[in-house]
Ligand binder design. Structure first.
Ligand code: SF4
Ligand code: SF4
Length: 426
């Protein structure tokens, strides 16, 4: 089928068509090499293949359509921004985190070189005119998590108005009070932007949509416990990545359909791995599209990734918002409590995270943990020490990796990962 020409839409959005074409070519080639070369993929992945192929096309067209109906699109960078409030007023929440090197030269004109690649990438996408999602957003929401992000938002604000939520650094009662206040202020901001009131009725619906999406992703996560693995780590990561862009109702249905197929695979003993394939947990910094580097190296080195302890992974889906609340106040409380459970390395102390990694190792019958930090990501690079120590005390093999979005270190990483996998085979 002839692909639709989206160039007029991209032009109207203010994209740099020439560089954007380069991005799509790089993305298309990488997808073909990394994803389409996998064998025995579940049929349900065809939906995800389609969504990724239309990530800058049909999906953006849908966003422009919904905007025409008076609905708003809100771009975010962190799983701390409560999607429920956006969904309550018919808004769409899209992630603006980026995982590609292209555009980084532009970013380095305004940011120090030793900034994490995720920050440089989203800044570069904006400055180089590469991201239709930020162009389509009616509001961009940042947050005070790591220092790199919060200072970068001050610069981003010069190019696109950026509203910043204050995320506490600790988890005391005082921090909860601060965070609840931030949620209420964000609710007012959303109401002002959309001209629509958030009520107990529509918030209940927003909570349900977000929870249903999380439930589908939790179902997928649970299916990854099966031996042999019924889905590759790369495919599961893609699902988690697309969760941040796709229409939530359609996505939830597609993932539940995929899970039905995977359940059948479990029953029939069909898998994507052979007996004895090492089962790896990847833990650490988030992997935004198209950052597939580490799982790709792991899975082309004879192992399978069975879980991601990451915000693009189970950290953003493991907790639901309690649905029992009847009044607006009770629902805001439930949202506050749910988000306070997120164990991002930006918090101190963050003992929950190493403890949770141990639980994952047991639940998913993990043979080894690869701790992944984006280079210059201070929170995860520093916290890697505690994670490593906790795992070593239990005799669980762990490999710490620090890398960026470049491809120059692929050979070196492959050598290190292969040596690690030899060790975990036992
Ligand atoms: S790792 Fe931390 S800063 Fe990044 S998305 Fe997750 S909660 Fe937000
Ligand atoms: S990867 Fe680390 S440094 Fe980069 S934005 Fe996330 S928390 Fe900040």
């Amino acid at each position: 089928m002839e692909k639709k020409d989206y160039r007029p839409m991209w032009k109207e959005l203010g994209l740099n068509l020439e560089v954007h074409d380069q991005l799509l070519t790089v993305l298309g080639n990488a997808y073909k090499d990394i994803y389409m070369s996998q064998e025995n993929r579940p049929k349900g992945m065809q939906y995800l293949d389609f969504v990724i192929s239309e990530a800058h096309g049909l999906r953006i067209e849908e966003l422009m359509e919904t905007k025409k109906k008076g609905n708003k699109v809100i771009g975010t960078f962190c799983v701390y921004v409560p999607e429920e409030l956006i969904l309550a007023v018919g808004g769409t929440c899209v992630s603006l985190c980026a995982g590609a090197e292209i555009g980084i030269d532009e970013a380095e004109k305004v940011l120090p070189r030793n900034t994490c690649a995720l920050i440089k990438s989203f800044m570069g996408f904006k400055l180089a005119g590469l991201c239709p999602y930020i162009q389509a957003s009616d509001l961009v929401v940042g947050e005070t998590t790591c220092d790199g992000k919060k200072k970068a938002y001050e610069i981003l604000n010069d190019y696109k108005e950026t509203y910043v939520m204050e995320i506490p650094q600790m988890k005391t009662e005082r921090d909860r009070t601060l965070w609840r206040g931030e949620i209420i202020q964000f609710k007012e901001k959303v109401e002002q932007l959309t001209g629509r009131k958030i009520t107990a009725e529509n918030l209940k619906e927003g909570i349900k949509i977000a929870n249903d999406k999380r439930r589908a992703l939790q179902r997928l996560s649970a299916l990854r416990k099966a031996i042999p693995s019924v889905i590759s780590g790369l495919d599961a990561l893609l699902v988690n990545q697309i969760a941040f862009y796709d229409d939530p109702l359609r996505f939830t249905k597609a993932i539940n359909d995929l899970c039905d197929e995977l359940e059948e695979r479990v029953q029939k003993g069909i898998g994507v791995t052979k007996n004895g394939t090492p089962r790896i947990l990847v833990s650490g910094s988030p992997m935004a599209v198209p950052n597939w580097k580490i799982p790709w190296i792991i899975e082309t080195s004879g192992a399978v990734v069975v879980a991601e302890e990451s915000c693009v992974g189970e950290r953003s889906t493991r907790d639901l918002v309690d649905e029992k609340g009847k009044t607006l106040d009770e629902m805001i409380d439930a949202i506050t409590d749910r988000y306070m459970k997120i164990d991002c390395a930006c918090f101190t102390p963050n003992e929950e995270r190493p403890a949770h990694i141990l639980d994952l190792v047991e639940d998913f019958k993990v043979n080894g943990v690869i701790h992944y930090s984006i280079q210059f990501c201070t929170p995860y690079t520093v916290e890697a020490y505690k994670v490593e120590k906790t795992l070593q005390q239990k005799g669980i093999p762990v490999l710490k990796i620090e890398t960026d979005y470049g491809m120059e270190d692929i050979g070196q990483l492959k050598t290190r990962i292969e040596a690690f996998l030899e060790m975990v085979k036992g």
